[in-house]
Design a protein around this ligand. Structure first.
Ligand code: AMP
Ligand code: ZN
Ligand code: FE
Ligand code: FE
Length: 274
C-alpha cells in the first residue's frame, strides 16, 4: 500500500486540477492520496469524484498557514468538518491576508521595474481559492521578468528580498485546537525544512502533543536522513503518528517532489484517522 499524504492542486498553488492530481496519483501506482491545498478545502468534492472513478482512496486534508514565535509553520489537517464555523472564520482571515498583501507586493515589484496588475496575477491563479507567491511568480514569468518560480523565491519574494510582504497566519496552537474541535487530525508539515530545526524543537513538539497534535510529517523531500531519524525518534517518544509525503505541486515544484516521493505506512494512516 502506497499512500501520499500531502499534495496541492490548482485550488491553491499546484498546477494539476484535483481531477488531474488524483488521476496522476493512480498512474503513479498510489493506493491513496491526500489533497492538502493551502488554507482551502474547495478541491475536496472534485477530488472525491475522481477518486471514486479511478478507484483510489482520497484522504481529505488541508495545509494551514500558521505562525509560531514569528516563524512560519505549516500545519496539515486531515478528515475534519469543513463547515465547522470557528475554523471557517480563521481560514477566512488567512485567505483575507493573502489578498490584502497583493497591492503592496505589486508596488514593490513595480519599484523594481517589474510592473504587474492584480488582474494579471489573478488570471494565472485561475480557480485557486488560496492564491500565493507562486502565482505572483507565474505572472512574473509570463511577463518575461524571471525564468522560473525558483528565481522568484531566491531573489524577490522571500524575507530579506526586495518584494517580500508578510501576511496574516493563524497561531499554531490555535490552529491545532480548531482542527481538533472540527474532528480533524493535525500533523506538522515538513517540520524541519529550511531553518526550522531550531524553532520546532523536541520541547515544542511535546507541548503540541499536549495541545492535540496527532502526527509529524517525518518523510518529506526537504528533510535529510538526520532530520528524519531525529524526527522519527521524537514521534516515537511522544506517541505521535509518522507520516510521509511528496508535497507535490505538479510542475510548480521540482522533480524531487513527485507523487509518491515519500509515502505513509498504512498502519500509521489507520492510527492517524482512528
Ligand atoms: P505563500 O503561500 O504565498 O506563502 O507561498 C508559499 C508557497 O510557495 C508554498 O506552498 C511553497 O510550496 C511554495 N514555494 C516555496 N519555495 C518555492 C520555490 N522555490 N519554487 C516553487 N514554489 C515554492
Ligand atoms: Zn504550495
Ligand atoms: Fe508547506
Ligand atoms: Fe505543501
Amino acid at each position: 500500500m502506497r499512500i501520499d499524504l500531502h499534495t496541492h492542486s490548482t485550488r491553491s498553488d499546484g498546477t494539476d486540477t484535483p481531477t488531474e492530481l488524483v488521476r496522476a496519483a493512480k498512474a503513479a501506482g498510489l493506493d491513496g492520496v491526500a489533497l492538502t491545498d493551502h488554507d482551502a478545502t474547495e478541491g475536496w468534492d472534485e477530488a472525491q469524484r475522481a477518486a471514486d472513478e479511478v478507484g483510489i482512496r482520497l484522504v481529505r486534508g488541508i495545509e494551514v498557514s500558521t505562525t509560531f514565535h514569528g516563524s512560519s509553520v505549516h500545519l496539515l489537517g486531515y478528515d475534519f468538518d469543513p463547515a465547522y464555523e470557528p475554523l471557517v472564520e480563521e481560514l477566512g482571515r488567512v485567505l483575507g491576508g493573502r489578498t490584502q498583501r497583493l497591492p503592496r507586493l505589486l508596488d514593490k515589484l513595480a519599484e523594481h521595474g517589474m510592473p504587474l496588475t492584480e488582474q494579471e496575477v489573478l488570471a494565472v491563479a485561475g480557480d485557486a481559492a488560496a492564491w500565493g507567491r507562486p502565482h505572483v511568480a507565474d505572472a512574473m514569468i509570463a511577463k518575461g521578468y524571471i525564468k522560473d518560480r525558483d528565481e522568484a523565491f531566491r531573489d524577490w519574494l522571500v524575507p530579506g528580498k526586495p518584494a517580500y510582504v508578510g501576511r496574516y497566519s493563524a497561531d499554531l496552537f490555535e490552529a491545532v485546537r480548531l482542527l481538533r474541535e472540527a474532528g480533524g487530525k493535525p500533523v506538522i508539515a515538513h517540520a524541519w525544512a529550511r531553518d526550522s530545526r531550531d524553532k520546532v524543537t523536541a520541547e515544542v513538539f511535546a507541548e503540541l502533543a499536549q495541545a492535540g497534535l496527532a502526527g509529524i510529517e517525518v518523510d518529506h523531500p526537504d528533510h535529510d536522513e538526520r532530520d528524519r531519524a531525529d524526527l522519527a525518534d521524537i514521534a516515537k517518544q511522544l506517541d505521535l503518528v509518522r507520516t510521509g509525503s511528496s508535497d507535490y505541486h505538479g510542475t510548480g515544484k521540482g522533480p524531487e517532489f513527485h507523487l509518491g516521493a515519500n509515502t505513509t505506512d498504512p498502519e500509521q494512516l489507520e492510527r492517524l484517522l482512528s
